[in-house]
Design a protein around this ligand. Structure first.
Ligand SMILES: [Zn+2]
Ligand SMILES: [Zn+2]
Length: 252
């Protein structure tokens, strides 16, 4: 962002009130301080989650820090960090962004991510951050990729380079929303590919994939498979919202 844009945004923030994307109260931030407090109390990092897939752990899984499903049938990705549950307070703002084109909500969701920061802080990741892509057709129809709009301004340290052009997606018309995990895994197979221009860059790299929603994990698993087939050594998922009942076979 240029200095002029920064100045413009700071002037706007001072003179124009804005509505909190969660509760709608007018004040000076995209999310009010009360909602930030509520989100902080409810965020998934307060709970014991599987280090691989970020699903809530059962009591018997706590020692391993990994759910039984991931232990028995390990996904291609290595770690996942999710900010909040899908049926929490950020679902509505995300839907406003995705289905009603309210781009302003993207910066509010970025703010939530940056303030609450669900990540393990022990290391600074070096590599590339890639948003889950839309197909060219879907991108044209929607006008933007919601995952990229949220990810482009998240704080991620100086060694992680953001790039929305490396990972590409073929067009696919079937809707995933009501499918089971096994069906979704079948449906997403072969949907993603690496832009040949960037193929060599990935060798031995750590890649962070940013997604707005993780349901069964099938999409992220397929992306991780493609990345590892192309020489990537480690794949980490950063996800805004996580459905927590996906292992019951229902993708809500
Ligand atoms: Zn609020
Ligand atoms: Zn797991």
């Amino acid at each position: 962002m240029t200095k002029l844009q920064n100045l413009f945004h700071s002037i706007c923030a001072r003179v124009l009130p804005t509505a909190c994307i969660v509760c709608g109260v007018f004040q000076d931030q995209q999310i009010c301080i009360d909602c930030i407090r509520l989100l902080a109390n409810e965020q998934l990092s307060n709970y014991e989650c599987c280090c691989r897939c970020a699903n809530l752990l059962n009591h018997s899984e706590l020692l391993d820090h990994e759910c039984l499903e991931c232990t028995q049938n390990p996904p291609h990705f290595d770690e996942s960090y999710c900010l909040d549950r899908y049926d929490g307070r950020l679902q509505k703002p995300l839907h406003e962004l995705k289905y009603h084109g309210r781009l302003f909500h993207a910066s509010g969701l970025t703010l939530a991510w940056n303030v609450l920061n669900p990540l393990d802080q022990r290391e600074e990741i070096a590599g590339y951050l890639l948003p889950v892509p839309l197909s060219e057709e879907k991108l044209c129809a929607r006008g933007f990729n919601q995952s990229w709009e949220i990810a482009r301004k998240i704080h991620c340290g100086k060694f992680l380079k953001k790039n929305p052009h490396i990972l590409k997606r073929h067009h696919h018309t079937h809707q995933q929303a009501s499918e089971t995990r096994v069906n979704r895994q079948r449906m997403v197979w072969g949907q993603f590919y690496i832009n040949p221009t960037y193929q060599r860059l990935l060798e031995g790299q750590t890649i962070v994939i940013f997604d707005d929603v993780m349901t069964t994990g099938a999409t992220l698993n397929e992306i991780a498979r493609v990345l590892k087939d192309n020489g990537v050594s480690r794949v980490i998922n950063w996800v805004l919202l996580r459905t927590l009942d996906s292992r019951l076979g229902k993708a809500s």
